[in-house]
Design a protein around this ligand. Structure first.
Ligand SMILES: Nc1ncnc2c1ncn2[C@@H]1O[C@H](COP(=O)(O)OP(=O)(O)OP(=O)(O)O)[C@@H](O)[C@H]1O
Length: 255
């Protein structure tokens, strides 16, 4: 679904990605982890064609994005949905108008049909119908995430990019959001590329995990492979205090 080879991205003299390789298979949920500032969002933006690259090849749906005519790239953009960090909803638009923004950009539909579709998307992400006419500032953090997800699903994508979808949610809200992604993935047959720091999400919904350090993917495989790795960053990440708390809740219980 996604193939990245030898990707180099930098800003000025500073190289962020230094020959990165990554594959995302159709139908899988891939969790992409790495320390803060390592370049997870930079990679996402490069795949989306929003960050220029200095070297490497990026293929999405089997097509080299550099070799595509603008019209083909636009057609490609209709096949993926993106939920940016923090939701990135348009604050001056209602939830319904946010969900309809990609429809307006890419499709020619009547207002009536767009209203019906927005209603369906709200239902899909578990938002009540009266959320449609609210502005993002009138929603809770969890509802903002769901509205952003509804917008990402506006064009019925096959591939979904999620940038830290559960950040800022309380643990119950985050678990509910994980369940929602798992359900959508199953019912809609989505492939999901998810940047996350959330160990719970990795444990509960990811089939595969890829870890970024020093500009490259240092490990890629199922959770078991990550847990067995002796790479220092992976050991610190998966076997640190927080990881143990998740894997062995009994260890946290008072004696
Ligand atoms: N447009 C830009 N111009 C200059 N530097 C940039 C630009 N975009 C990103 N960077 C730098 O690239 C590095 C990687 O940023 P990125 O946002 O991808 O990190 P990240 O791994 O997603 O971090 P976090 O987990 O904190 O979100 C950072 O040092 C950032 O400052």
């Amino acid at each position: 679904m996604i193939s990245v080879r030898g990707l180099e991205v930098g800003f000025g003299a500073r190289k962020i990605l230094k020959g990165l390789d990554l594959d995302v298979a159709p139908g899988e949920v891939l969790g992409f982890v790495g320390g803060s500032g390592q370049g997870k969002s930079v990679l996402t933006r490069a795949i989306l064609g929003l960050n220029a690259k200095q070297a490497g090849v990026i293929e999405v749906f089997g097509e080299d994005i550099d070799k595509m005519a603008p019209a083909s790239h636009r057609a490609l953009e209709r096949r993926w949905g993106v939920m940016f960090q923090g939701g990135a909803l348009f604050s001056s638009l209602t939830v319904k108008q946010n969900i309809q923004a990609p429809m307006r950009e890419y499709l020619k539909l009547s207002q009536k049909l767009m209203d019906e579709l927005a209603g369906l998307k709200l239902k899909l992400v578990g938002l009540p119908p009266d959320a449609a006419d609210k502005f993002p500032s009138q929603l809770s953090g969890g509802m903002v995430k769901r509205a952003a997800l509804a917008r990402a699903l506006a064009l019925d994508p096959e591939l979904l990019f999620l940038d830290e979808p559960t950040s800022g949610l309380d643990p119950i809200g985050a678990a509910d959001f994980d369940d929602l992604i798992a359900t959508l993935r199953k019912t809609l047959g989505l492939t999901v590329f998810m940047v996350t720091h959330d160990l719970d999400s990795l444990y509960s919904i990811c089939d595969t995990i890829a870890a970024l350090a020093d500009g490259k993917v240092i490990a890629h495989g199922p959770l078991e492979a990550m847990l067995a790795s002796d790479h220092p960053w992976l050991r610190a990440y998966f076997h640190g205090k927080r990881a143990r708390a998740i894997r062995s809740p009994n260890e946290m219980a008072p004696a």
